[in-house]
Design a protein around this ligand. Structure first.
Ligand code: ZN
Length: 66
């Protein structure tokens, strides 16, 4: 799931947590998942890749390497 620094800092500002602490980051991620913002893996068929290339996942990062 995507997590930006801004989202993490927003979370730690609200909760008083330490953004460098792994437990704090995990709690932040769990909150985002609980709010329904997690993205299923892999992207749906013919959906654009998550890396932002706008190419289908299977033709981008999901492409088998040789
Ligand atoms: Zn990609």
């Amino acid at each position: 799931m995507p997590l930006t620094v801004a989202e993490l800092l927003d979370y730690t500002t609200r909760t008083g947590g330490d953004p460098t602490d792994s437990d704090t980051r995990l709690a932040c991620i769990n909150e985002i998942i609980a709010e329904g913002h997690a993205i299923s893996w892999p992207p749906p068929r013919n959906a654009p890749c998550w890396c932002g290339s706008t190419i289908e996942y299977k033709k981008c990062c999901g492409r088998p390497t040789t």
